[in-house]
Design a binder for this molecule. Structure first.
Ligand SMILES: CC(C)(COP(=O)(O)OP(=O)(O)OC[C@H]1O[C@@H](n2cnc3c(N)ncnc32)[C@H](O)[C@@H]1OP(=O)(O)O)[C@@H](O)C(=O)NCCC(=O)NCCS
Length: 190
């Protein structure tokens, strides 16, 4: 019987990482990002968008939409970007009732509307308030946007009311426990 030749060790081919062409790098990456407007530049963009929408476009506020809530320690100013360009805002803060938060100043610049920025901003506000021990979130919603909020899982919480001098509808949503702990902010970090 002839001895079989010794088995050669399998040759492991190195895996080759193919370079990705620059034009393909962003394929599949969500162009919309929502973040707390933590630095002065982001905060300035946040206020620029609010001013453009609520003072310039809608005339809901005369001259400025900034109020005392903007100076609170516990307020969260959010800026949404689309491919890095500032596109939308929302603001949230606790009402003082345990577990209750209020979201307002939801605005998307006209040129970015119906591109899927308002929805993510609302979901980001809900997630952020949930991460900060919120149980429910309220909003005074302009009548044409009631359906937009229903589609995001909110419910109408009362009859039409006058808010900042205009008809709004009170709406509410429950807040779930956080899935994104960093949204709790420095207060709860670590
Ligand atoms: C309301 C607003 C924030 C919506 O932002 P947006 O970026 O256009 O919303 P999205 O693109 O994320 O919309 C998500 C879905 O809701 C729909 N939608 C948007 N506005 C809607 C409305 N007013 N009513 C019903 N559906 C609406 C969109 O068509 C989209 O539908 P789809 O998922 O089938 O494509 C924006 O129109 C806006 O800034 N308006 C002016 C300021 C304002 O009214 N602020 C709210 C005060 S309560």
């Amino acid at each position: 019987m002839t001895a079989l030749p010794a088995e050669r060790p399998a040759r492991v081919r190195p895996v080759r990482i193919r370079p990705v062409r620059a034009s393909n790098v962003l394929v599949g990456v969500d162009p919309v990002a929502c973040r707390p407007a933590a630095d002065p530049a982001a905060r300035a963009e946040h206020h620029r968008i609010r001013h453009a929408v609520f003072v310039g476009e809608q005339g809901v506020f005369d001259g400025s939409d900034i109020d005392a809530h903007d100076a609170r320690d516990d307020v969260v100013h959010v800026l949404a970007t689309h491919c890095g360009r500032p596109a939308g805002t929302v603001r949230l803060y606790p009402t003082g009732v345990p577990g209750e938060w209020l979201g307002d100043r939801l605005a998307v610049l006209p040129e970015f509307r119906t591109a899927g920025i308002g929805g993510p901003l609302v979901r980001f506000a809900v997630e952020t308030a949930g991460a900060r021990d919120g149980i429910r979130m309220l909003a005074h919603v302009q009548l044409p946007n009631e359906r937009f909020f229903h589609r995001l899982g909110w419910r109408t919480a009362g009859p039409v009311e006058t808010y900042v001098g205009h008809p709004h509808v009170p709406m509410v949503t429950g807040l779930t426990s956080p899935v994104t702990p960093w949204l709790a902010g420095a207060r709860r970090a670590g």
